[in-house]
Ligand binder design. Structure first.
Ligand code: DAT
Ligand code: MG
Length: 151
């Protein structure tokens, strides 16, 4: 369970608004372990694949244009229940419904500029990590604070 991983991405609006550090800080101070990180301008093909579940929905073309409009910062975070807990840190999809204290609740107003992506299940996380990272880009390291975070 402690080894569970999730895929987190700061979207182009989050990068432009200098929120990368804030996002990393929230996952770091929670106690999760960063195991992969890179900035890239994602290709249309990658984004179509990433958001395949939304293909055909009315907002799909705008979603691709938005996420493809500039660099994103892609990450893999590891820790106990990191998939579900990350979704809580990220907040509800629509910022108007995201609770204060969540990333979207604190920094976003519109669903089409909601700052950040987080995988919605363990299966999605595995699929998305494999899509965005080569295996050697995910780094195993021994976390010295482990015994102060887990009992
Ligand atoms: P989440 O990002 O919370 O997993 P999702 O998977 O339902 O949400 O949708 C992916 C992204 O697509 C979401 O972050 C923003 C955009 N989106 C979703 N529903 C939308 C809508 N009704 N109108 C515009 N954009 C939408
Ligand atoms: Mg989703």
């Amino acid at each position: 369970v402690r080894r569970q991983r999730t895929f987190i991405m700061v979207k182009p609006d989050g990068v432009q608004r200098r929120l990368v550090g804030e996002v990393i800080k929230r996952f770091e101070t929670k106690g999760f372990k960063l195991v992969a990180l890179k900035q890239l301008h994602a290709s249309d093909q990658l984004l179509r694949n990433h958001y395949a579940e939304h293909d055909g929905k009315p907002f799909f073309p705008k979603l691709l244009a938005y996420i493809g409009s500039g660099p994103v910062v892609a990450m893999v975070w590891e820790g106990a229940n990191v998939v579900d807990v990350s979704r809580k840190l990220v907040g509800a999809t629509r910022p108007s419904e995201s609770a204060p204290g969540t990333i979207r609740g604190d920094f976003a107003i519109e669903v089409g500029r909601n700052i950040i992506h987080g995988s919605d299940s363990v299966e999605s996380a595995q699929r998305e990590i494999a899509l965005w990272f080569r295996p050697e880009e995910v780094v195993e390291w021994n976390d010295h604070s482990n015994e102060w975070i887990y009992e």
